[in-house]
Design a protein around this ligand. Structure first.
Ligand code: SAM
Length: 376
């Protein structure tokens, strides 16, 4: 394998030379013998900020590939007392060892199946960044996370999570999922819903610190607390979202409903999913503080904008309204988003979707704004 050196954050690491694996001028990181994806730099940047807020004593990066994620945690936050970098692939292990050494990172490098490792270890922070769905690793990673510790998941399988691949969603997340007009938010809530149910098996509760959608993946970082009672309370945050394809009415609640209470048409449903908060506002504010000391990050401005937007929209826990969808149901033009936000007053844009808004106002009040702006 021919290698090249790249810089990311404060790390300088060796990765497979992309040119050797291109096919007809195109490149997919999965075609190289060891996985390194430049499109995940933002994911790792934001995770560095979160890990610096958490300041864990020990970290397990269970699916490390080149080791970049764990190496960055070591270099860019207070170094943990122990760092485990693990991968099943032997080629990855060679690279993780070389990259740790190059960066002066003191890591325990292990070549194990992530599940067998996680069932036998424990840490304050566990990172699960797999190909596609994290579902096969949820139980073991929750088991490995100590009381009051944190666990992080990346999910790149948007089709099941957003409800495009219904059966796949049933298999991987044990949830029903008809694609709703605010499907980007549904996805992250289906994922957390599954994590909460797996945690409950182990009599543990999860509390989201940050949960977001970006480009082609979801990323969630959750606090884990032990206790059967806490697990029961956590499960109280599960419920359903439904939406009427006829009049556009949407519902969220603990009970599943089949008929639209407004027009009696059948509703499309997603769930069980997480209805609770997606963000810990204090955690987000501290992440923003951590960012201030990291002007070396190439994504500095994007991160600042993104975290600020999460802080703004975090005020509204209700799912977002898709303005294009609502306007089409009313057979009206979509007014400019800025005007709708002004009309609603208590509302925000959302990172989930440029066509979406978050608001404390209800369905009827939001429709009235769209109608009113069309009448002017
Ligand atoms: C998406 S890559 C990880 C990327 C890395 N975390 C990063 O930020 O660049 C997934 C990695 O998981 C490894 N892997 C797949 N199945 C595994 C398993 N069961 N146990 C441990 N590693 C596994 C693959 O070899 C691959 O290197």
């Amino acid at each position: 394998m021919r290698l090249v050196e790249i810089s990311e954050g404060k790390a300088k690491i060796l990765v497979p030379d992309q040119r050797e694996y291109e096919r007809e001028g195109k490149f997919d990181p999965a075609w190289a013998p060891v996985f390194y994806n430049t499109r995940m730099v933002f994911n790792r940047d934001i995770s560095v900020l979160a890990v610096s807020v958490i300041s864990p004593k020990n970290i397990v990066d269970a699916l490390s590939a080149t080791g970049i994620r764990g190496i960055r945690y070591y270099l860019e936050t207070t170094p943990p007392q122990t760092l485990v970098l693990n991968d099943l692939d032997k080629g990855a292990i060679e690279l993780i060892k070389a990259n740790s050494e190059r960066n002066g990172v003191n890591a325990l490098v292990t070549n194990r199946d992530a599940n067998s490792l996680l069932f036998e270890t424990s840490a304050d922070y566990v990172d699960v960044d797999p190909f596609g769905t994290p579902s096969p690793f949820i139980l073991s990673s929750i088991k490995a996370t100590r009381n009051n510790g944190h666990v992080a998941y990346t999910a790149t399988d948007l089709s099941p999570l957003e409800g495009k691949a219904k059966m796949s969603c049933k298999r991987k997340y044990d949830a029903e999922n008809s694609k709703l007009s605010f499907s980007k938010e549904v996805g992250v809530r289906v994922l957390i819903g599954k994590i909460a149910r797996e945690a409950a098996i182990l009599e543990k509760a999860v509390i989201p610190e940050i949960a977001f959608y970006k480009d082609y993946y979801y990323r969630v970082i959750l606090k884990v607390k032990r206790g059967a009672k806490r697990a029961d309370e956590c499960l109280n945050n599960l419920g359903f979202y439904s939406e009427c394809n006829n009049c556009g009415f949407s519902y969220e609640g603990k009970e599943r409903i089949d008929r639209c209470p407004k027009c009696g048409s059948p509703m499309k449903t997603a769930g069980p999913l997480w209805l609770g908060n997606l963000y810990n506002m204090d955690f987000l504010t501290r992440m923003k503080e951590e960012l201030k000391t990291r002007s070396y990050l190439q994504n500095f401005s994007k991160l600042d904008y993104f975290i600020s937007l999460l802080i703004k929209e975090g005020k509204y826990n209700q799912h977002y309204f898709n303005l294009e969808f609502l306007s089409s149901k009313l057979r009206l033009n979509i007014p400019p988003k800025r005007k709708i936000l002004e009309c609603l007053g208590d509302a925000s844009e959302t990172h989930f979707d440029p066509k979406g808004i978050k608001t404390s106002k209800n369905f009827q009040e939001t429709l009235s704004c769209i109608k009113g702006l069309n009448d002017r």
